[in-house]
Design a protein around this ligand. Structure first.
Ligand SMILES: C[S@@+](CC[C@H](N)C(=O)[O-])C[C@H]1O[C@@H](n2cnc3c(N)ncnc32)[C@H](O)[C@@H]1O
Length: 348
């Protein structure tokens, strides 16, 4: 019953020794600690109760062995192909091109299922159903900074009459365009900047703008354009990063740290950690050229100045910060600051 485990243990020990010789002793410590803590019947930190211990620990050591193997390859590769940690290759690009390249690289890994199902679920949890029913269904919608086009698809699936979707470069929404064509969804994609939208005043019933303006050179110019292309009485959704708390401060600090680690190196390391592709989104935080954090006061002052009516809404997704803040958790604002900004805007 335990033979397989002992075979893996032998392998484990060999790989640890090899890592130590190759300068990876720190990874050996992580692996040994990871294995040892699960040798006990109860792991207090993860509150893990070991019900099928031999089967569990055999799987555990086997996955640790894969991790050790790829770590070893990684160390050997980088000791031969020395890289200059002081240079981030993305710095050579323009801000717009680097932003687009980063997101295109991340989204190209997503499956069709993520595009179609997950985005629709996220949309349905983040925008109140009455707004979808009254302001999206049967309406002409703009997806401002559509990126991969995942929400353009979700908006079409929410029965928008027509979705116009715009982002800087065609490369980011290529997959969505193919999906939309094959499913005959009413979406038209455009290349361009939301700082200078190629649409007449008042063209849209609904403007969807999710997580884009804070990655551009001017949030305010984006909001001016948002207001201009919305028709009177039209509504829209806006999502922006907020400020404060351990969460946002740590992100800012991490963005500093990653200035000294090239993108490809970090990506290789995440692969070694065995993370699924949808967890690679942290790369966005670490490497996107611009990430602006706005306070609630600052943002609502801008809404008033531009003429928007606004209502703050709370996401129903349990991993969204504004949801956590609404849940009466101890020290929530110390942890998550102002959370996240989600608003329904109206041109009144
Ligand atoms: C975090 S992504 C969000 C994409 C999409 N809204 C979503 O939620 O999946 C930010 C997007 O903003 C786009 N972007 C940044 N500046 C832009 C600009 N001036 N005009 C158009 N798109 C821009 C980037 O290319 C990127 O695709």
């Amino acid at each position: 019953m335990a033979e397989k485990y002992f075979e893996e243990l032998e392998l484990f020990s060999q790989k640890c020794s090899e890592l130590i010789i190759n300068g990876g002793a720190h990874l050996t410590v992580i692996a040994c600690h990871e294995l040892y803590r699960f040798l006990y019947p109860y792991e207090p930190f993860e509150r893990f109760v070991n019900c099928d211990p031999v089967e569990f620990i055999t799987r555990k050591i086997s996955s640790l062995n894969s991790w050790l193997e790829s770590s070893l390859n990684f160390i050997k590769f980088y000791s031969v192909n020395r890289i200059d940690m002081s240079k981030n290759p993305m710095e050579k690009e323009s801000i717009e091109r680097a932003t687009s390249n980063l997101y295109t690289d991340l989204w190209n890994r997503f499956s069709e299922d993520t595009f179609v199902k997950e985005s629709f679920e996220l949309l349905s949890n983040r925008i109140p159903p009455t707004i979808i029913e009254d302001a999206v269904k049967g309406k002409v919608v703009l997806d401002m900074g559509c990126g991969s086009g995942r929400y353009s698809i979700a908006l079409a699936l929410a029965n928008a009459e027509k979705v116009y979707a715009i982002d800087l470069y065609e490369q980011s929404y290529r997959l969505a365009q193919r999906l939309a064509d094959s499913r005959q969804l009413p979406i038209i994609f455009f290349e361009g900047s939301f700082h200078n939208l190629p649409f007449e005043d008042g063209s849209f019933d609904f403007v969807f703008c999710n997580g884009t303006l804070h990655h551009s050179t001017s949030i305010k110019q984006g909001l001016r354009e948002y207001y201009r292309v919305l028709r009177y009485g039209g509504r829209g959704f806006l999502y922006l990063y907020a400020t404060g708390g351990i969460f946002w401060e740590t992100r800012i600090k991490m963005r500093e740290i990653f200035k000294s680690i090239p993108y490809e190196f970090t990506k290789d390391m995440l692969k070694i950690m065995g993370l699924p592709y949808n967890r690679f989104v942290f790369l966005d935080t670490w490497y996107v050229p611009i990430e602006t954090h706005t306070s609630r006061q600052e943002l609502e002052d801008t809404f008033k100045e531009l003429g928007f009516k606004f209502t703050k809404i709370i996401s129903a997704n349990i991993f969204d910060l504004d949801y956590a803040l609404s849940e009466n958790i101890k020290d929530a604002s110390i942890m998550w600051g102002e959370g996240e900004h989600r608003y329904i805007l109206e041109k009144g």
